[in-house]
Write a protein that binds this ligand. Structure first.
Ligand code: EPZ
Length: 418
């Protein structure tokens, strides 16, 4: 089991190049199933969730691999398998995207209920209800979903009760080759949705309204290959800004997209940090001491993203005053609170709310990651702690962060992987 060892107290300083977005790369890789020709994805992050998606693509009979550092080449000339094994599905929650893509290409797919980070019950009821409206018959037995569209997928008018990211993406994947037009009302507006639409339209799909609440997808007969550049990862960027804030440092984040991060940047400014942005760079200087911010409510885009909650909370452990977080998106997304308290933080989590009373100092400790962003929060806190921290279960962190220890060491962190 690998661990991070971090000696805290070093101010970060220097430039960090932000990796491509995990939550764009994954649905885009599922989309490659819909296309019989080669797709080259530039700026594709080398993270374990991407390798897991490649294993699923290979299992389905598609070609998938990295050509050079960050270019993934995908080709689904034929899809020889439509049953995605339980073991593969359990590897990550995002595997549910493959359902819409495999159905879109072959008209049938068998999957088991998805696995992934344990963020409370993560149902896919909205995914299944939408697919049923598009003509899919779904038989559910012992956790196995047997999905078939005997007469092919049909365009439908779908209104989402909640702007679910994954549901919106699954509908897009099922709709691009469907017969007729699909309209999604109350679609998710996250930037990753527009990135997926960008890829699909580059392959000849006809999608409009991505990023707005109403999307229209006109079914086409076939998609062709393309080359595409994946958007920067706004959550990885928010993570490294939190590390700079927590350590009292000054960094430049490059190859990022500040326009995707306005709600996060606003919180950092309320914390007293100084931020200047250009189109693809953020110049960030930590305020000292940081000021508490209250309330921070996680919302769907363009509100404050739930994925940034843990890392911003970690940065606020030593702020002056009391911060209050309200987690509105996931039920069980405060698992990092107990571990932060082991480091001396003063946090009370109750239901959807976490109250963070700023303390003068936190201390290095042996802590354990239990999900991707919570793990990144522990790293953030360890950078500002006095003494040495040992963070275990870093496989969760490797799901979404490319070589985190090298990135942070390159800007002055005392951090190694053992
Ligand atoms: C995506 O998850 C992201 N994952 C998550 O990032 C992110 O936190 C989330 O969107 C919100 O932005 C990927 O893109 C791979 P949702 P997803 O469907 O699609 C409930 C990370 O750390 N819901 O918008 O699962 C669901 O339980 C990950 O990178 C239903 O009830 O998010 C959750 O409470 C974590 N029924 C809420 O909606 C459904 O059918 C948001 O889910 C679908 C969702």
């Amino acid at each position: 089991m690998q661990k991070f060892i971090i000696n805290g107290g070093k101010k970060l300083s220097g430039e960090i190049r932000i990796q491509g977005a995990k939550n764009s790369a994954l649905p885009i890789m599922a989309a490659s199933v819909l296309c019989g020709e080669e797709i080259t994805l530039h700026n594709c992050p080398r993270i374990s969730d991407v390798y897991a998606a490649m294993r699923i693509l290979t299992y389905l009979g598609c070609k998938a691999g990295f050509e050079d550092k960050n270019a993934a080449v995908l080709k689904a000339e034929t899809v020889s398998e439509t049953n995605i094994s339980d073991e593969l599905m359990r590897e990550m929650r995002s595997s549910v995207f493959f359902l819409g893509a495999v159905l879109g290409r072959t008209g049938k797919c068998r999957i088991t209920l998805p696995g992934g980070c344990d963020l409370g019950p993560r149902p896919i009821d909205m995914h299944l209800a939408a697919l049923r409206r598009m003509g899919v018959t779904i038989k559910e037995e012992y956790g196995v979903l047997d999905c078939t569209a005997e007469n092919g997928l049909k365009g439908a008018n779908i209104t989402l009760s909640f702007p679910s990211v994954g549901t919106t993406e699954n509908i897009m994947l099922a709709a691009v080759l469907a017969e007729g037009t699909t309209v999604i009302q109350n679609a998710a507006r996250e930037p990753e949705i527009a990135d997926l639409a960008g890829l699909l339209n580059s392959c000849g799909a006809k999608i409009s309204g991505a990023g707005c609440g109403r999307m229209v997808i006109k079914g086409v007969k076939k998609l062709h290959g393309c080359e595409y550049r994946i958007m920067p990862d706004r959550i990885v960027c928010a993570t490294y800004l939190s590390c700079a804030a927590a350590s009292g440092g000054e960094i430049v984040a490059s190859c990022c997209r500040p326009s995707d991060m306005e709600s996060v940047i606003s919180i950092f400014e309320q914390m007293g940090c100084i931020i200047h942005s250009s189109e693809d760079k953020i110049y960030f200087s930590a305020g000292y001491p940081l000021k508490a911010v209250s309330p921070i409510r996680t919302m769907v885009y363009p509100g404050f993203p739930t994925d940034a909650q843990a890392v911003v909370m970690a940065a606020l452990c030593k702020a002056r005053g009391t911060s209050v977080f309200v987690e509105n998106i996931f039920e069980n997304r405060f698992k990092h609170v107990g571990e932060l308290c082991r480091m001396g933080a003063d946090i009370l989590a109750e239901g959807k709310t976490a109250i963070v009373r700023g303390v003068d100092r936190i201390y290095g400790a042996k802590v354990c990651a239990s999900d991707l962003r919570g793990g990144a929060g522990l790293v953030t806190a360890a950078l500002s702690a006095e003494g040495t921290s040992e963070i275990s279960n870093i496989r969760y962190i490797d799901r979404g962060y490319e070589e985190m220890e090298n990135v942070l060491s390159s800007v002055g962190a005392d951090m190694i992987r053992v």
